[in-house]
Write a protein that binds this ligand. Structure first.
Ligand code: ATP
Length: 595
């Protein structure tokens, strides 16, 4: 009983959502399903008329026998009408029910995509893109693949089988029994083979998944592969996975061929049994030749939906797993979209903030406190892993900080609507992400209607204008996947121009100028200084020259503040900051620039 309940619950988990989506297209489903019994009735009726025709022709063969022309004429008209009904209902049921399964697949993908976009960043930290894509494509397709045939052929089999069996039994019990024995044997053989078929289909799917994942990583990281001359090793790794895929598929083909051969030979054997037993019945006078003919045609008619149903049921466990994998996406609660939406200016207060990433024990930030007035600039410096990016991510609420630790304009960030909070900040992240589009589209990613002047200003402020003559089509240049055709510094500046374009009240620069040469850096900083216009700025960097003019500089180490103050105060303090400043100034002087 418990097991039953459990099964019911997991069935609901896997197929509940597709079923609800199916119900939302109930009109189409109703039309399609209504056509199925009409189609079945027409299909079953036609052999009956053909059988009767044969018997009438046989009876009218003698010299003095007269052909019942009137009845034959009626039958011909009826057959033509039935053929028309059969064709129309077959077309409508097929079109509507298969269409519906496509709509359900589309709705499922739409819902999943909309849900994914609202999932917390911490969830994305744990998931793999390849896996997500396979859930959204292969798994959704698998659900659709089972749903369409199940509706169409399941409905058809439900109507055809009982009606056909009753009609056949009414005509001749011995011949019906002969059929049943044949099909019983087929069922037993299938029960043996289908689980193996499953196991190998699963292995084949896993093998292609592994092959694609490895190939994807190898091509994305082709530079690393070349750098370490690892082509041979990687080629061997790919070949091994490819061989595994081949092996799984060869086994699969062998099994499928066996299933196919068994199905077809069983059909032939059943036909033989029907002819043998039926022939005996015809000789004994219990059955007419026309009736035997009906029998064989009915048998043929029932075979097709049965075979398709067999395949559908064989695919059900995979579709079940696919349904569960899709539902898992929905089981993670989305980020809240509610909260206050007051006008924000960018007054930031951080009070005793200690934060550890979800699932981590060691805090990335410890007892951090500071205040930044609107229009002021905060510099965040410190060694690798000090917690600079983490603080910026918390300001944007990419992760939830503990309550009562981060306030913007007096509101706890947890009480603000995330979208309203994020609209306050423009972010130029540490690793710029560019879309495979033109430079212009990447700069104007925020959407809206940025004027040409605003775009030119943002491009100039990010010092991207000096690179435009080098780009083949200027702002219209396509940047390749993730901006691969641009230099690291160019990518950073496209990302910076994108952040500057929105003219948002606060700007977060996360080591944004690390790949930019000192001259360009100076130009950008001077530009930002001139156009700051009351913009609050948080700047994380390893280059101290970037934050020398900041109103407050925090030197972080291991998540805690080690030193704090203005540039002048920190130099006077003669701590880590002062040492690093001296070193960087000397290096800059050697390179011919100034810090
Ligand atoms: P860098 O100068 O290299 O950019 P950072 O000062 O910006 O370093 P953070 O990226 O804030 O450092 O990282 C602080 C700590 O948090 C590090 O120990 C890092 O391993 C950890 N960390 C960063 N991101 C995550 C994450 N998504 N999940 C778990 N731990 C993380």
């Amino acid at each position: 009983m418990l097991q039953h309940l459990f099964r019911l619950r997991s069935l609901r988990r896997a197929f509940g959502r597709p079923t609800r989506l199916l119900a939302s297209h109930w009109r189409l489903v109703a039309v399609g399903v209504a056509c199925v019994p009409i189609h079945a009735a027409a299909t079953l009726w036609m052999p009956r008329l053909l059988g009767e025709t044969l018997d009438l022709l046989a009876r009218g063969r003698g010299a003095d026998a007269e052909l019942p022309r009137q009845r034959l004429g009626q039958i011909a008209t009826l057959l033509a009408g039935l053929a028309l009904v059969e064709a129309v209902t077959r077309y409508i049921s097929r079109k509507t029910l298969i269409d519906v399964s496509r709509y359900v697949e589309r709705d499922l993908k739409d819902q999943a995509l909309a849900h994914l976009q609202r999932l917390p960043i911490a969830w994305f930290d744990r998931s793999r893109t390849g896996d997500l894509v396979s859930r959204l494509t292969q798994d959704a397709e698998l659900v659709r693949f089972v749903m369409g045939p199940l509706l169409l052929h399941g409905g058809s089999a439900l109507c055809l089988l009982p009606a056909g069996i009753v009609a056949m039994a009414a005509m001749s019990v011995p011949v019906t029994l002969a059929c049943s024995v044949g099909f019983g044997l087929l069922f037993l053989v299938m029960r043996l083979l289908v689980p193996r078929l499953h196991a190998w289909s699963k292995r084949s799917q896993e093998a292609i998944g592994e092959l694609s994942q490895r190939a994807q990583e190898d091509f994305a990281g082709i530079r690393v592969v070349w750098q370490f001359a690892a082509e041979e090793r990687e080629r061997a790794a790919l070949a091994t996975r490819n061989r595994r895929y081949l092996f799984a598929n060869l086994r699969l083909v062998r099994l499928r061929a066996a299933v196919n051969a068994i199905t077809h030979s069983t059909t032939g054997l059943v036909m033989l049994a029907v002819l043998a037993v039926g022939g005996h019945e015809v000789i004994g006078g219990a059955l007419t030749v026309g009736e035997l003919f009906q029998f064989t045609v009915w048998l043929g008619l029932m075979m097709f939906p049965l075979e398709i149903l067999g395949w559908t049921f064989a695919t059900l466990p995979r579709a079940f797993a696919a349904g569960v994998r899709i539902e898992e996406l929905f089981e993670t609660p989305p980020e809240s979209t509610t909260g206050a939406t007051p006008p924000l200016r960018g007054h930031l207060q951080v009070k005793d903030l200690t934060f550890a990433y979800p699932g981590q024990v060691r805090p990335a930030l410890r007892e951090l406190s500071f205040e930044l007035l609107p229009g002021h600039k905060l510099g965040l410096v410190g060694p690798v892993g000090a917690g600079k990016s983490t603080l910026l991510a918390l300001c944007l609420r990419f992760y939830d900080p503990p309550r009562g630790t981060i306030f913007v304009d007096g509101h706890d960030v947890l009480d603000l609507q995330p979208a309203a909070l994020r609209a306050l900040f423009a972010l130029a992240p540490q690793e710029p992400f560019l879309f495979s589009d033109t430079v212009l589209s990447n700069v104007g990613f925020a959407g809206g209607t940025a004027s040409a002047t605003a775009i030119d200003e943002a491009v100039a402020a990010a010092a991207l204008d000096q690179d435009l003559p080098q780009l083949p089509a200027g702002l219209q240049t396509l940047v390749g996947e993730r901006g691969v055709t641009l230099s690291g510094g160019q990518k950073q500046r496209v990302s910076l121009a994108r952040a500057l374009l929105g003219d948002r009240p606060a700007l977060l620069l996360d080591d944004t100028l690390s790949a930019v040469d000192p001259t360009t850096e100076r130009r950008i900083l001077a530009g930002l200084q001139a156009t700051r216009r009351g913009r609050t700025m948080l700047v994380a960097t390893h280059r101290l020259s970037v934050v020398a003019d900041a109103d407050l500089i925090l030197v972080l180490d291991g998540g805690a503040v080690k030193e704090r103050g203005t540039h002048r105060q920190l130099l006077e303090h003669a701590g880590d900051y002062a040492t690093a400043w001296r070193r960087q100034s000397e290096a800059a002087a050697l390179e011919g620039g100034s810090a």
